[in-house]
Design a protein around this ligand. Structure first.
Ligand SMILES: [Zn+2]
Length: 236
């Protein structure tokens, strides 16, 4: 496969992920934005004011790491692209980013409820804790500032009264992290409805951290946060 074919395949992957997010209602209307880092200074991203459920591969925009389109286009990149670029600068290992507005995870921030609880072993081993970035006015520099420290440690986070951000080694990896984040939030919501969340115990979380290698995973960078009293339950 030459580089043109690789880039075409990545365009198609991005369009497929955007459609999935729309169909699963992680975004609605013209919300959400997606990007792939094709090269150190070459970003493939989604246009502003376009329904991502009906996106076509030739509508995607190529920009440099400053967010400037590198070829003539009638479309503009999303106003939230700056947030993606901040994350790429902080994390050279990240090759793709998904930003959506999943209802349940965002609902937790609207209710002022924490998602940073150890409740599902799979989430503990893959994402670790899920933090909330402080509220920032959309489409301003505040958004990049609100996430820039968190993305150095976390691959998935929720943005207060706004949305979720997931970083991956490719666009599918980022998408699966978003899906896991929303699934975690849905499970937490059900637990709240049924009488309250009972987090895993500290010793259970420690054991999970010891065996993450069995699943072919690395210990999450935020592992120390998982053992704090807010995230897990005290052992009897
Ligand atoms: Zn947004």
């Amino acid at each position: 496969m030459d580089i043109t074919d690789i880039h075409e395949a990545l365009r198609n992957d991005l369009v497929e992920v955007a459609k999935l997010c729309y169909e699963r209602r992680y975004i609605c209307g013209t919300e959400g934005n997606f990007s792939i880092r094709l090269d150190e200074d070459l970003i493939l991203t989604t246009p502003a004011s376009t329904c991502k459920g009906r996106l076509k591969a030739d509508e995607l925009i190529l920009t440099n790491l400053e967010g400037k389109p590198i070829e003539p286009t009638v479309r503009k990149p999303s106003t939230e692209l700056a947030m993606h670029l901040t994350a790429y600068r902080k994390r050279p290992d990240v090759r793709a980013i998904v930003h959506a507005h999943p209802t349940v995870a965002v609902g937790f921030t609207v209710a002022g409820q924490s998602l940073a609880k150890c409740v599902l072993p799979e989430v503990v081993c893959t994402l670790g804790a899920i933090p909330v970035a402080p509220y920032a006015t959309p489409s301003t520099d505040e958004v990049s500032k609100s996430i820039e420290e968190l993305v150095t440690t976390y691959d998935a986070l929720v943005m207060d009264h706004h949305g979720a951000l997931a970083l991956g080694k490719d666009i599918w990896d980022a998408y699966y992290k978003l899906e896991t984040l929303e699934h975690h939030a849905e499970t937490m919501m059900v637990a709240h409805l049924l009488g309250g969340v009972k987090p895993l115990h500290k010793s259970q979380v420690e054991k999970l951290m010891d065996i993450v290698g069995v699943y072919g995973l690395k210990k999450p960078a935020c592992a120390p946060e998982l053992l704090k009293p807010d995230a897990c339950a005290k052992d009897a």
